[in-house]
Ligand binder design. Structure first.
Ligand code: CP
Ligand code: NVA
Length: 307
């Protein structure tokens, strides 16, 4: 049976650790051209813009010996030009894997349901599993462990947070969230992550106060206040998220060796100040690089290649 990579909670902690281990091994081989995907094509169906996800998948598939096709919103207008099941069934006759970035989670679920080939979620409104996988790879690289660490996420309870929370729960990192009222993470996803956290002896705490979330935290994480597709809400969001900025004053309470993480793209002066994101604790470009290694690991797993 084919496997998809739609959300991290479809995977066990052991499988996630396996993917991180594989990503580490691939990173050690950086630049090496492999032939695991020789003769295989991968379609990138993107409904939204992208820098990191698109480029790291294109380069990753190339480095594994495969061929990539980028299909932007003009080519495949999911559900509009043709139905999502028809797109899934057609692409399955040409390619060996579909990587899709969509607005609505239902679209990627439908794509996976009708495709005969593995489907990878390259971001939807609910999840960003590729980002979270690269993020936990980055965290272990820095600290050499997961257990006992605390990650504080300040801002919007969005797609990036959902996947990150589940990833942390699966590997044993404590999570503290602080965001304004009305922007909490999805309660269903929180409930599920909390169950995973209990099993893995870590905690998930949701609150409103950034000062409490960051207290002695090892990892400080932020994302944009306005995600793709929410542009009309910009003025309101910027107003309501004021007070949830990551800045030097706030981070006085963090662990002295904290790392700062952001999935990028970032807005300096809004969710984070320039001195922090460009400062010595920031690991944002390691995160960006690890997208390449982590996604190659996912491709190898889904296409049943071992490393
Ligand atoms: N972090 C991330 O997914 O970046 P892009 O939107 O540029 O792909
Ligand atoms: N939350 C952001 C992440 C971008 C990588 C968005 O969905 O736009």
């Amino acid at each position: 049976m084919k496997r998809d990579f739609i959300k991290l909670s479809d995977y066990s902690g052991v499988e996630i650790l396996g993917l991180v281990g594989c990503a580490d091994r691939l990173k050690r081989q950086k630049g090496k051209l492999r032939a695991d995907l020789k003769g295989k094509s991968v379609a990138l169906v993107f409904q939204k813009p992208s820098n990191r996800t698109r480029v790291s998948f294109e380069v990753g598939v190339y480095e594994l010996g495969g061929h990539c096709l980028y299909l932007g919103p003009e080519e495949i207008n999911l559900g509009k030009r043709e139905s999502t099941p028809d797109v899934a069934k057609t692409l399955s006759r040409y390619v060996h894997c579909i990587v899709a970035r969509v607005y609505d989670n239902k679209d990627i679920v439908e794509l996976a349901r009708y495709a005969d080939v593995p489907v990878i979620n390259a971001l939807c409104d609910l999840y960003h599993p590729c980002q979270a996988l690269a993020d936990i790879q980055t965290i272990r690289e820095r600290f050499g462990k997961f257990k006992g660490l605390t990650l504080a996420y300040v801002g919007d309870g969005n797609n990036v947070f959902h996947s990150l929370m589940v990833a942390c729960a699966l590997v044993g990192i404590n999570v503290r969230f602080a965001g304004p009222k009305g922007y909490d993470p999805d309660p269903e996803i929180v409930r599920h992550a909390a169950g995973l956290a209990r099993r893995n002896k870590c905690t998930i705490e949701l609150g409103r106060r950034p000062q409490e979330a960051v207290k002695a935290a090892d990892v400080i994480y932020s994302d944009v206040w306005v995600s793709m597709g929410q542009e009309k809400e910009t003025a309101r969001r910027v107003r309501e998220f004021r007070g949830y900025q990551i800045n030097a004053g706030l981070l006085q309470a963090a662990h002295k060796d904290y790392i700062f993480m952001h999935c990028l793209p970032a807005h300096r002066g809004l969710e984070v100040t320039a001195d922090i994101i460009d400062g010595k604790h920031s690991v944002i470009f390691d995160q960006a690089e690890n997208r390449l290694h982590a996604q190659k690991a996912v491709l190898l797993k889904l296409l049943e290649r071992s490393l």
